[in-house]
Design a protein around this ligand. Structure first.
Ligand code: GLC
Ligand code: CA
Length: 606
């Protein structure tokens, strides 16, 4: 390939935007690398590891919020968009990070958190100071309701993300303000044009002018709420507050707002955008956001796959709900194919800072062998899917969930503790146990453990003797980057190899079409990827194909007939890669897939 031109699936030939082929890597600043021994990761620490990321094959760093913040939701509660949280560094450090990335041909995107601010943001302080303050309308204020007994009630019955109501009472002005997340995260009022203009200037242009390359856009579909503020239907009869996503997700003006953001800010800077699009499970709802013609977002994160295992989102989220391989495959197939033949684009990811570790959820980390095999198969799976690939820090070394023996005191996340305290208060012992079980698999805390760099005390994340902000995984001596860097057969070595292959065969892996095979099979995950480029002048048949076969079980499985699946003459298939260690690959074990083995075959010569 080598060129940056490719054939659009429906025949249109054009220049591929750089971000389609790029590999993005999310850095959670508190947990990546501490440079000054205070137990918190920081930007200088990140800068010291840019070469590690470069070597791995990362093109773009997405840095989670490093702005001034009271840190009640780890920086997703911003009190000053233009200042850097002192523990993370300074503006100069960000400037240097931009420079260090750019000098290696890499890019940097920041997190844009503009559905809400912190309650400590000066905008909110002004807004809450009086009903007549010019910024009163920058947030969503409503008078109380009263029940028949005269008790004060919130304006609606909506349940917020972190448990409790979406409304917080303000004594001083005797009104409620809306907060979809914590009470310390008041929602901005996007209906107010002056407020939107301030967001664009203050939170966006300021950073784009400093040279960053775009944004991951937090909670992107929640800016437009229903302005009649109706009660949600009662779907959880025993709960005080009701799930109400249809009241504040994908609201009436959402496409107008995002289009405005694109045309007024992102577009003029040529900035890349990836939006966090939760509660939007239908392709027909997602497509308008990512169609190039609509000029809204370049791509979004869609969550039905990563939500597997979660119970009811707004109440029983942490009551674990086991899922089958066929349902996982179905979700992947839906989202792999929904942009085929259109001008839309999509993302590929299986981890982020809001979820448990992929190897612990979708793989099998019950023994060292299965851990290694399944972490590699996850790498092979992700690297062969169509769309822009996002990795989360530590995924590339197969970092695992925290040990099951750790107690609730190791969980720091506001959401984990919100759900836990809620069930404890309910007094339902069974539900407390069930919630703890769910948290051990699904909690947002797992991915926030310090990065395991090496086998020195505190895993090389911070100095010996320092108390890191979250406890270091017990297993860091065996599972760390430095150990794996020495070994090309490690999980890290395998990620590096897969990222290279992904680029080399980008017409198949990044841009190809996807066809799921054996959808009902509960052991094997198999699909055929077909190149977006036609070779030679031949008919439709002249496209290069890859067959991906993965054993998603801990038992050996018979390998299906590869030639048939690829539609090539007998013996015409070539093994491109297997997750087995080199010395284990031989024609004799072709017929059988080992536990958690994954392979890719091609229908053409390498
Ligand atoms: C997004 C973030 C999450 C945060 C929430 C509120 O979902 O990913 O971490 O808690 O927004 O800003
Ligand atoms: Ca530090």
């Amino acid at each position: 390939m080598g060129s940056n031109f490719h054939h659009h699936p429906n025949g249109w030939v054009g220049k591929t935007p750089w971000w389609k082929d790029a590999v993005f890597y999310q850095v959670y600043p508190a947990s990546f690398k501490d440079s000054n021994g205070d137990g918190w990761g920081d930007i200088p620490g990140l800068i010291s590891k840019i070469d590690y990321l470069h070597q791995l094959g990362v093109d773009v760093v997405w840095l989670s919020p490093m702005f001034e913040s009271p840190q009640k939701d780890m920086g997703y509660d911003i009190s000053d968009y233009q200042a850097v949280y002192a523990r993370y560094g300074s503006l100069e450090d960000v400037d240097q990070l931009v420079e260090v990335c750019h000098s290696r041909g890499m890019k940097l995107i920041l997190d844009l958190v503009v559905n809400h601010t912190s309650d400590q943001h000066p905008w909110f302080k002004e807004s809450r100071s009086s009903k007549t303050n010019p910024k009163r309308d920058w947030y969503l204020w409503k008078p109380p309701r009263y029940d028949s007994a005269g008790n004060r009630m919130p304006p609606t019955n909506w349940r917020g993300y972190f448990a409790g109501s979406t409304w917080t009472w303000d004594e001083q002005t005797q009104e409620y303000y809306l907060n979809l997340y914590g009470p310390f995260q008041p929602d901005l009022n996007w209906e107010n044009a002056e407020c939107r203009a301030a967001i664009y200037d203050n939170a966006m242009r300021f950073w784009l002018d400093r040279g960053i390359d775009g944004f991951r856009i937090d909670t992107v579909n929640k800016y437009s709420k229903r302005t009649d503020f109706p009660d949600a239907p009662i779907t959880c009869p025993d709960a005080l507050h009701q799930p109400a996503p249809e009241m504040w997700c994908n609201g009436p003006r959402i496409h107008e707002f995002i289009h405005e953001m694109q045309t007024q800010v992102l577009g003029p800077y040529n900035a890349v955008s990836v939006g966090e699009l939760s509660n939007t499970p239908l392709p027909s709802q997602v497509f308008p956001y990512v169609s190039a013609a609509a000029r809204e977002l370049d791509m979004v994160f869609e969550f039905t796959m990563i939500r597997l295992g979660q119970g009811n989102m707004f109440h029983g989220k942490y009551i674990y709900d086991p899922f089958s391989l066929s349902s996982l495959k179905q979700h992947v197939a839906t989202w792999q194919t929904f942009i085929e033949g259109t001008d839309g684009w999509h993302t590929v990811f299986c981890e982020n800072h809001d979820n448990g570790r992929a190897v612990s959820r979708f793989g099998d980390d019950s023994t060292p062998e299965l851990w290694e095999a399944s972490a590699k198969t996850i790498a092979l799976w992700q690297a062969t899917l169509t769309g822009t690939l996002f990795l989360y820090q530590g995924q590339e070394i197969g970092m695992r969930n925290m040990p099951a023996s750790w107690g609730i005191e190791e969980y720091k996340d506001v959401e984990s503790l919100g759900f836990y305290n809620e069930v404890v208060e309910s007094g339902d012992r069974k539900r407390v146990e069930a919630t703890l079980h769910g948290l051990r698999i699904l909690a947002r805390d797992h991915s926030r453990l310090p990065f395991q760099w090496d086998d020195s005390p505190n895993s090389g994340f911070t100095e010996e003797g320092v108390d890191p902000w979250m406890r270091v995984h017990d297993q860091y001596r065996e599972l760390n980057a430095s150990e794996q860097l020495k070994n090309p057969d490690s999980v890290l070595g395998f990620y590096g190899k897969m990222l290279k292959l992904r680029k080399e065969y980008r017409d198949i892996f990044v841009h190809g079409t996807f066809k799921l095979l054996a959808p009902e099979d509960e052991s094997l995950f198999m699909y055929v990827k077909e190149s977006s480029v036609q070779v030679g002048l031949g008919s439709e048949g002249d496209r290069r194909k890859a067959l991906v076969v993965m054993n998603f079980t801990n038992r050996a499985q018979k390998c299906p007939n590869v030639g048939n699946a690829l539609g090539c003459r007998k013996g015409g298939e070539k093994l491109l890669v297997s997750t087995l260690r080199c010395e284990q690959v031989s024609p004799e074990n072709d017929a059988e897939l080992r536990p958690w083995e994954g392979r890719v075959y091609l229908n053409f010569d390498l």
